[in-house]
Design a protein around this ligand. Structure first.
Ligand code: IPM
Ligand code: MN
Length: 355
């Protein structure tokens, strides 16, 4: 019997309804008789902060580190729940990514069927690359720690050899396993920033360990352009934290919007999976939220746990439901019928045999 314990963070705004939809799909996936999931719920986010004065209990960080196999997380944060310095109180990115040392933020950018891309004439599957965002240092090492006064504030971009090495290795291993172009693109501003020059230097050292994987180098500004003009040519891209934050939203916009995009935050001892968008409190409970990013996050989590067949079954069901029109994504990224209707439609495909 293989039982996995999954921590669940339902999140704020549309989070709970998205997580419900994703868990319904997860439970519907046909699986070998001896694979089971047990769930433990973690109270975390802006609403938790409002009620308890803490965004997440220390014991729950410990639980995510050593008590569960993975975590499925909904979006967190509410615009009106803020710290005295003006930043949002309900966010978990810093606490969890640095706290659990989840150094690789893996963000697939995939054009699904039935979704219209702002890039004219792109066919489903033609855009299919992964941004690997360094997740524990870079400019966000400064998260909440900038120094200054009311006239000026400075944030520091920190790049270490070891931090660059481990995220580059993750990117090369991923490129070797995706069965596509086997290419890793290094994105940086090494023509201007010393920290990015170090990142590129380490990338080249790591590249030498993977002679079967091709490399490409792009400055970040040129990369922003290339992701719009020739997105079909990318396989895996690796980059510093802030660049990855920005370019993964850009990538999301080219495949129908970030409501469809999932991300994994992966370290050597823990991992959590989430949609890359925010908690959209304005549409919560109105039957509009699109759970596809959250459902794809659950699929990523299954693959991470080694259940590739079950993960593929979810991806196949989402793809089929979209291509047959059973799930419709509207131009603004919302989903016709809302999360429950989307989950029901996806589940009806999960029940059919994949070819
Ligand atoms: C993301 C988000 C977070 C980040 C925000 C909400 C703190 O933008 O996951 O991309 O900064 O990384
Ligand atoms: Mn972001």
């Amino acid at each position: 019997m293989q039982a996995h314990t999954i921590a669940v963070i339902r999140g704020d705004g549309i989070g709970p309804e998205l997580v419900d939809a994703a868990l319904a799909v997860l439970e519907a996936v046909p699986r070998s008789r001896d694979l089971r999931f047990e769930y433990v719920e973690i109270d975390a986010g802006a609403d938790t902060f409002r009620r308890t004065g803490k965004v997440l209990a220390e014991s729950d960080v410990e639980l995510m580190r050593s008590g569960v196999d993975a975590t499925l997380k909904g979006p967190v944060g509410l615009p009106d729940v803020r710290l005295p310095d003006g930043t949002e109180a309900g966010l978990l990115g810093g606490v969890l990514r640095t706290g659990l040392d989840l150094y690789a933020n893996v963000r697939p950018v995939l054009l699904l069927p039935g979704v219209s891309s702002v890039l004219a004439g792109r066919a489903p599957g033609e855009i299919d690359y992964v941004i690997v965002r360094e997740n524990t240092e870079g400019l966000y090492a400064s998260r909440g720690k900038g120094v200054g006064n009311r006239w000026a504030v400075s944030d520091t971009l920190m790049t270490t050899r070891e931090g660059s090495r481990r995220v580059c290795r993750h990117a090369f291993e991923l490129a070797g396993s995706r069965g596509r172009a086997r290419r890793v693109t290094c994105v940086d501003k090494s023509n201007v920033l010393r920290s990015h020059a170090l990142f590129r230097e380490v990338f080249q050292e790591v590249a030498a360990e993977f002679p079967d994987v091709d490399t490409e180098f792009l400055y970040a500004d040129a990369a922003a352009q290339a992701l719009v003009l020739r997105p079909d040519e990318f396989d895996v891209l690796v980059m510093e934290n802030f660049l990855g934050d920005v370019l993964s939203d850009l990538g999301g916009a080219t495949v129908g919007g970030i409501s469809l995009c999932a991300g994994g935050n992966i370290g050597d001892h823990a991992a959590y999976f989430e949609p890359i968008h925010g908690s959209a409190p304005g549409i919560a409970g109105r039957g509009l939220a699109n759970p596809i990013g959250q459902i794809m996050a659950a699929a990523m989590m299954l693959a991470h746990l080694g259940h590739v067949r079950e993960s593929e079954a979810i991806r196949w069901a989402v793809t089929s439901a979209l291509s047959e029109g059973a799930v419709r994504v509207l131009a603004d990224g919302t989903a016709a019928g809302g999360p429950q209707a989307v989950a029901d439609a996806v589940i009806s495909f999960v029940d059919r045999e994949a070819p």
